[in-house]
Design a protein around this ligand. Structure first.
Ligand SMILES: Cc1cc2nc3c(=O)[nH]c(=O)nc-3n(C[C@H](O)[C@H](O)[C@H](O)COP(=O)(O)O)c2cc1C
Length: 174
């Protein structure tokens, strides 16, 4: 039976959510990656994606400098490094190296792709909208990469733990 619950209880109950990494570059052109649950597709044609990033994140500063990001779906075996990117700031440290995540150059944008990811969207920011304690970066998708051999990627349970699922393995209803 439905009953009134708190914001925190609802966020956990409504999970899992796809957990992604947004790779940016800082003013010295060094790459950094942030773990994100708050991302969404916002337009089919043209393809567009929005991410919500807190102003205190180092990635917020990086986005201001480079105006581009690569939204990557880390594969199951990358979960430890992906979690590191969501729990430690890259300010003054090489978070990607610490996370054991290797990068490869993107086709169009400055930030790199994460090698071994399931899908990577190269994105160029078109618009910014402040929303409460986060800011939305709304972006055009300018190139897309995927590895059909590695379909299993990460989902967060609440914001506490990760699990991995693949569209090829879940049972469709009906
Ligand atoms: C499951 C999970 C989801 C997260 N989602 C977001 C998000 O959508 N937006 C955000 O600003 N931070 C989010 N975070 C927090 C950042 O990933 C975290 O603060 C990170 O250390 C910031 O790194 P940076 O300072 O290098 O940018 C999330 C963390 C976790 C573990």
């Amino acid at each position: 039976m439905l009953k009134e619950i708190t914001w925190q209880e609802a966020i956990k109950l409504a999970s899992p959510y796809p957990y992604v990494l947004a790779v940016t570059t800082d003013k010295e052109r060094r790459p950094n990656a942030i773990g994100l649950g708050w991302w969404t597709y916002v337009s089919w044609e043209p393809p567009m994606i929005a991410i919500a990033v807190g102003p205190e994140r180092y990635s917020h500063e990086c986005l201001e400098h480079c105006g581009e990001f690569v939204l990557c779906f880390p594969a199951e075996d990358q979960w430890k490094g992906a979690w590191h990117c969501g729990t430690v700031s890259g300010r003054g440290r090489d978070k990607l190296a610490e996370a054991g995540l290797r990068t490869i150059p993107a086709k169009v944008v400055k930030p790199p792709l994460i090698e071994g990811a399931t899908v990577c969207y190269e994105c160029r920011v078109r618009e910014r909208v402040k929303a409460g304690d986060h800011e939305l970066f709304i972006a055009d998708v300018v190139a897309i990469h995927g590895d059909p051999e590695r379909p299993k990627h990460l989902y967060s349970i609440g914001y506490e733990k990760l699990t991995a699922l693949s569209h090829a393995e879940v049972e469709p209803l009906g």
